[in-house]
Design a protein around this ligand. Structure first.
Ligand code: OAD
Length: 239
């Protein structure tokens, strides 16, 4: 596999990951051929309106997603990104749209979870946050210990503002390399990050199983599985 780049420790490097990086760990991506996410239309389970209409069904859905996490582990692509952070420490930023926490389990520290985390929830009334492992799933709609409000998963749903946006804006302005891994690039604002980083002068690299919709702005594209390509590429970039 050919790449034109060599990274240095002082280079600012950013990776943006999507569901594709966790596919080889056994977690289903969002936009498979049937257009359904674990048998649900995304908007049925991932919006504040869906939660207010049917909190029980939304909780059951995220409970299943959370319980699935106990059975999965990081794959070689996650570990390759840990190697990247070891190489350039705080010059490496990892922005993820994933909510599975596998980057942190692989050892990455500098992770921005812009869509939240399946491993946490918070009270929709008083905003107190809880670890999912503390939750008693016997309750169909878990309640807050402090105010008895309905808890909700700490997931950024459609129509809500993603986390860490101020930090992300600064990172995009200053990064020298922007590496996009396993995302379909159709959910905003993450879909815009590549063009912003390019606008500020970054080299753009993408790894995906399919040809991307935004290929015109890419400096390098690698077609294939992240778990195979990323370890090889990172080895070439940092040695
Ligand atoms: P998608 O399901 O939209 O896209 C997954 C991408 O990963 C596709 O482009 C696949 O071609 C690619 N892919 C699959 N397996 C791969 C592999 N082994 N190696 C490399 N690439 C692979 O997932 P996202 O783009 O992450 O938001 O979706 C973005 C957001 O949409 C999600 O964060 C989620 C959803 O609504 C929330 O739930 C808040």
């Amino acid at each position: 596999m050919k790449t034109n780049y060599k990274f240095h420790k002082e280079d600012k490097i950013t990776a943006l990951t999507g569901a594709g990086i966790s596919a080889e760990s056994g977690i289903k991506t969002f936009r498979d051929r049937d257009g359904l996410w674990e048998n649900h239309r995304i908007e049925e389970v991932a919006s504040p309106v869906a939660f207010s209409k049917n909190p029980e069904m939304v909780w059951e859905f995220y409970k299943q997603r959370y319980l699935q996490l106990a059975k999965v582990s990081p794959n070689s692509a996650h570990f390759a990104l840990k190697k990247m952070e070891d190489f350039c420490s705080s010059n490496f930023n990892l922005i993820t749209q994933n909510v599975d926490g596998l980057h942190q389990i692989a050892g990455n520290i500098n992770v921005l979870e812009m869509h939240g985390s399946l491993r946490q929830c918070f009270c929709s009334k008083c905003l107190h946050s809880f670890e999912m492992k503390e939750i008693d799933f016997e309750q169909k709609i878990p309640k807050c210990d402090h105010c008895s409000g309905n808890l909700r998963p700490n997931i950024v749903w459609f129509g809500e503002m993603p986390y860490e946006m101020e930090k992300i804006d600064k990172i995009l302005e200053n990064t020298k390399y922007f590496i996009v891994i396993g995302t379909s690039g159709i959910v905003y604002p993450a879909a815009r990050f590549l063009s912003i980083a390019k606008y500020f002068g970054a080299k753009a690299i993408e790894i995906n199983l399919e040809y991307p919709i935004n290929s015109v702005v890419l400096d390098e594209f690698h077609l294939g599985k992240a778990g195979i390509l990323l370890p090889e590429l990172i080895e070439k970039w940092i040695t």
